[in-house]
Design a protein around this ligand. Sequence first.
Ligand code: ADP
Ligand code: MG
Length: 621
Amino acid sequence: MSNNQTNNTREFQAEVKQLLDIVINSLYTDKKIFLRELISNAADALEKLRYTKIQNTDTYQPELPSEITIQTDDNAHTLTIADTGIGMTEEELVENLGTIAHSGSKAFLKHLTEGNQADVNLIGQFGVGFYSAFMVASKVTVYTRSYKPDADGCIWSSDGLGTYTIQKADLISRGTRIQLKLKEDCHEFAKPDNIKSIIKQYSSFVPFPIKLNGDKVNTIEALWTKNKNEISDENYNEFYKFIANAYDEPLFKIHFSVDAPININALLFFPKDHFERFGFGRMEPGVNLYCKKVLIQEKSEGILPEWLRFIKGVVDSEELPLNISRETMQDSALISKLRKVLTGRIVKFLAEQAQSNPDKYLEFWDKFQIFIKEGIATDMGRRKDLAPLLRFESSKSEPGKLVSLQEYLEGMKEGQDTIYYLNGPSRDFIENGPYLEIFKRKDIEVLYTYETADDYILNQLGDYEDKKLVSADQENIQLPETDDTDKTPDDALAESEVQELTKWMKEVLGDDVSEVRASKRLVDSPAILLSPDGMTNSMQRIMKLMNKDLNHFGARIMDINTSHPIIKKLDTLRKKADPFAEIAVKQLYDSTLISAGLSSDYKGMVNRMHEILDRALEYNQ
Ligand code: ADP
Ligand code: MG
């Protein structure tokens, strides 16, 4: 090979160095996954070439067969993976094999540096799979030539220790050949039997022939077009692992075909988990679009609504034109028809699972509820269909047990026409706060929502089966009347006293509250802060985080328990015009703020607490 026009040494980007350092020095996990990553890159490159050919026919060396060839050399301890795909230009080499561009990859790197190295298995999902070659190789050499007619051949080479070189070279045919000089403890990867079994394990469904030392090893199958009873669970699982780049099995699968209203053959999988949970940024869509087994679009954007981006799989429709472009794809009537049918199927499937397979459904709910809620928030047309999928803890469920809105309906009291929910950071917080008291006394179930977004979702939903959904911290709730629970206790303050007391308290608190009233809902607590109509504590918490002026949205109402000893003693002090009464009222207000999860002026409160302590201690001398 005549080459060596320039000998060009370059530094890896800092993040790549960091990643390589982990890959080379401190990974003890399954090294064999490097092969899956390199084969998947080779398949991508062939796929990209096929796609380019549809648009444009003057590709370089069109006669080369589309295939992946792997050579082992057990004497030289080398392994070579070659494809006849799209290849890379010099600039592309620098960009693709010297930097990390995607933000998710940076999050992945952070995750690894925090010691989560077992998860290196996921390397391919974060757009840095190529670098896994350095787990097994002391030197990686990439011979590549882009399909572009005037592109030069290039040789990229590195030992992974901070730098790489790129040389121009003649006589390289289109595509990419990656040669690994295996590390001493990795010589097993030059043995054909080992390589064959790794290919079978991870790459059976690569849609191009893979030849190992000349023999074809994979069976290229469009699994989704086969008859269901010819497909074993193992086939499905392997296929899932291949398309989802996963190492575990899917939680659910849906395999169906229909001819009306549109021809569809779909094989869809639900993963067991996802990475948005860990702050890895937004997932890409996971469904590939085919027409009669020919890939039209990978990771198709429009084929499912965004909130279903966690679904992996394949959709094949004979009605799709082969050369559809990304832009026309997005808004084509055909795609929206497909999306409608597919989404309907998925939602129906989940509803069925929730019924017939509740434990497994809850496993799904545990990890993926955020997507269902996103669907309710963003997909108006699906809102009503998604409501039955919601699950919450409730005042009548055991801790950790979840109920559906339907189950709530079935347990409703005579005369109850509203579904109540209450937001708080935990079950404990909700059950020890004042908001639940009246519901407990009247034996009315309340759903517990632990995510701040839940209130927003339920508010968007508005009602379920004609029953309104209402936050239990609203000031105007109307609970069914019951004699024994509604009458004012005999030891309560008299009506006239209450009037004077509440008027005076409002004066002390000023604009912090719009009104102080005698409560109809308190049992054990002295006071409670209620949200004006349409607003809930959790929404106020969000607005506080956003530094919004809460008074814009109507000030809160304070209800007091007129038979509570604290309130009665407070009234006695007020009548004596004792200045301590004002301190007590302000503290009472702060306590209700804490119960509402809205407190923030801790300094003022601590100083006041000291005054109160001082007085209490003096009293006890
Ligand atoms: P990902 O495949 O997720 O993009 P990788 O680290 O595996 O991440 O590869 C980085 C990039 O390098 C690819 O996106 C591709 O542009 C380029 N690349 C890697 N292998 C090949 C190959 N065999 N042929 C052409 N380009 C390749
Ligand atoms: Mg890759």
